[in-house]
Design a binder for this molecule. Structure first.
Ligand SMILES: *Cc1c(COP(=O)(O)O)cnc(C)c1O
Length: 494
């Protein structure tokens, strides 16, 4: 029997890994989620000498067990190659009081590359396995980083089209240029007059629109998702937590088997959920520290058990975390209510109808593993400066949110468990914010900031930023949220 993935909203909707990857989102609106987890005997004294690719093979073959060994190897070697600027793929840097897992060494210098460089291969391989002849259309809403990383992964991959929506006023200049200069005959970028939640809500709606599905089918196309709702994105993220732990053992920072804490700057709840799944397959973790910016809906959820999106949306300096509806939380909620699809569906219904839900009778053994906190804009900037002065290490604002939240957690609890911080973007992706935080002086623009950052840090300027200033803008479409579907239909000629 292969491993099955069940929709969080319908117990009868169970599919294999390749089907789950291909569908992206379940037709009932739920997310495909493992109900049982593979048991891996993780021997870190051995794993410490393994490459990223070989740990990826271990984890991915366990979760995607209807893929052949050759298929898994093909996907891994196509994804984790010299697109990354280090052969370690995800290096761990130890600072005075935490260890940073640097997830920004891929094409677009943010952690989305970790999963989005492999997803196109998983998806096209899954399509072949399922004898799907249709063209796969990827629709993605992005708060800034996913869109570019998805396009970089899918650009000119045969049999695919990719359409990305981003909030016009909600991304950094560098993020916007990265997207609007994207090449590839199968890529389309659409700015919307709305925020990320608006974009994500309408993408979800399109996925569940039977009329649109028919129109697409008539043209030999079907939708799939590159958002972190796709299990094909989530599971590759489990890999780096296992790898990081092995690196810490190798460096003598921890003993094999010793508990660590993991702090994750969180938006859609994908990255931190992957850490939780890593624990489910044997990673020794005590606490998952969920760090938010001023959009602190998750902090409130973990403190009160109430998820309430009815609040004003704030645009912050960590835009990839400016989210009020964290899609992947649905998977944790499903586990918290005892893998009960009926109950999960009810709660998610309440969220759509009333903008909130209250978790009752949740599994305390799971809930208590999560700690949550948030950092204000001022605290985030101060943390960038503090760590720069203490460790001569430059963090991007998302990572700084995590670092600040971890510092307050440590001061409040005196918990000195070795802690891994997921470092999710290169400082070069948000150069103005970083330089202003360190120098206290405003900078003219991102490009001026890049040159200052080169002086300040020991980090060489990534390829992703070089040349961006003079690249040709190829995408200029700006639409109202209500017109997103029209933009899709126009582009695909439906
Ligand atoms: C997407 C993103 C996050 C949030 O990750 P989630 O998996 O959505 O919680 C944090 N930091 C950066 C830089 C990101 O791009």
């Amino acid at each position: 029997m292969p491993m099955m993935y069940q929709s969080t909203r319908d117990q009868e909707n169970k599919v294999t890994a390749s089907q789950a990857i291909l569908q992206g989102l379940a037709a009932d609106g739920g997310l495909f989620t493992p109900v049982s987890f593979p048991k891996l005997a993780l021997s870190f004294n051995k794993l410490k000498d393994e490459s990223y690719q070989s740990i990826a093979k271990l984890v991915l073959s366990a979760f995607f067990d209807d893929f052949t060994e050759d298929e898994i190897e093909y996907c891994i070697s196509s994804a984790y190659d010299n697109k990354f600027d280090t052969s370690l793929i995800a290096p761990v840097v130890s600072l005075t009081d935490s260890h940073h897992l640097e997830l920004f060494h891929g094409t677009t210098i943010a952690f989305k590359d970790m999963a989005l460089s492999i997803l196109p291969y998983l998806l096209t391989t899954a399509a072949k396995k399922q004898s799907v002849e249709q063209k796969i259309v990827i629709l993605t809403a992005t708060s800034g980083d996913t869109g570019k990383a998805a396009m970089a992964g899918f650009a000119d991959v045969p049999g695919t089209e990719i359409i990305v929506f981003y909030p016009h006023a909600g991304v950094s200049k560098i993020q916007e240029l990265q997207m609007t200069t994207q090449v590839g005959g199968n890529t389309q970028v659409v700015a919307i007059e709305g925020n990320f939640d608006d974009a994500q809500a309408d993408v979800k709606r399109m996925f569940n629109d039977p009329v649109l599905a028919q129109k697409l089918a008539a043209r030999g196309m079907q939708l799939s998702s590159a958002n972190s709702m796709n299990i094909g994105r989530l599971i590759p993220q489990v890999v780096y937590y296992i790898y990081a732990y092995a690196q810490l053992v190798k460096a003598g920072r921890i003993e094999a088997g010793q508990n660590i804490n993991i702090t994750v700057p969180t938006g859609n709840f994908g990255n931190i959920l992957a850490a939780y799944y890593a624990k489910k397959i044997g990673l020794p973790v005590a606490k998952f520290i969920c760090a938010s910016n001023e959009n602190k809906v998750l902090t409130d959820f973990f403190t009160s058990g109430i998820y309430d999106k009815k609040r004003s949306f704030k645009v912050t300096t960590s835009p990839s975390m400016d989210i009020l509806v964290s899609s992947n939380l649905e998977r944790l909620v499903f586990h918290l209510v005892g893998d009960n699809a009926e109950k999960t569906k009810c709660l998610m219904g309440a969220l759509t109808r009333n903008g909130s839900y209250e978790l009752k009778d949740s599994d305390e053994t799971i809930f208590s593993q999560f700690v949550a906190g948030f950092a204000t804009e001022a605290e985030t900037a101060a943390e960038i400066k503090r760590v720069f002065e203490l460790d001569d290490y430059v963090m991007d604002p998302h990572t700084a949110v995590a670092s600040a939240v971890y510092q307050s957690y440590r001061h409040e609890t005196r918990d000195d468990t070795p802690t891994l911080i997921a470092s999710t973007a290169s400082p070069y992706k948000f150069p103005s914010v970083v330089v202003e935080a360190i120098t206290g002086e405003p900078v003219a623009d991102d490009f001026e900031a890049v040159s200052q950052l080169k002086q300040l840090s020991h980090v060489v300027q990534p390829k992703a930023v070089i040349g961006l200033q003079n690249a040709t803008v190829r995408h200029r479409l700006l639409v109202k949220t209500a017109d997103m579907q029209t933009a899709v239909e126009d582009y695909l000629g439906l």
